[in-house]
Design a protein around this ligand. Structure first.
Ligand code: 5GP
Ligand code: ZN
Length: 113
């Protein structure tokens, strides 16, 4: 996908601080962390957002959540963490390539909106 920041990170055209990679998924540290641990987990194949998940591509989401559990454990987040995916303008999505934020390492605020 041209001009997609996260596709460029997958392609290695933009550097990232990787914490996990396999053939389907990449996890890397957020450039502007909102918590002591702030990692983004993305499918390597371009999906625009949660709104573009279909019966054909939804298998990657199950895999991503297995990766999230593995990464969180490796990062020492046994005390808990939050998984967030912003979808669309009202949620403040800024990068239009599906991604799940892993936030942890402190007691997180409870506000959801
Ligand atoms: P969104 O706002 O779309 O849910 O999340 C996009 C996230 O991507 C933000 O937390 C932002 O800090 C992060 N981000 C934007 N550009 C880059 C980049 O070039 N590298 C990394 N590692 N993270 C980025
Ligand atoms: Zn993309």
């Amino acid at each position: 996908m041209e001009n997609c920041l996260f596709c460029k990170i997958v392609a290695g055209e933009i550097p990232s601080n990787k914490v996990y990679e396999d053939e389907l998924v990449l996890a890397f540290r957020d450039i502007a962390p909102q918590a002591p641990t702030h990692i983004l987990v993305i499918p390597k194949a371009h999906i625009g957002s949660v709104a573009q998940i279909t019966p054909e591509n939804s298998g990657i989401v199950a895999h991503i959540f297995q990766v999230i559990a593995k990464v969180a454990e490796a990062e020492g987040l046994q005390n808990g963490y939050r998984v967030v995916s912003n979808c669309g303008d009202d949620a403040g999505q800024t990068v239009h390539h599906l991604h799940f934020h892993i936030l942890g390492g402190k007691k997180l605020a409870l506000e959801m909106a």
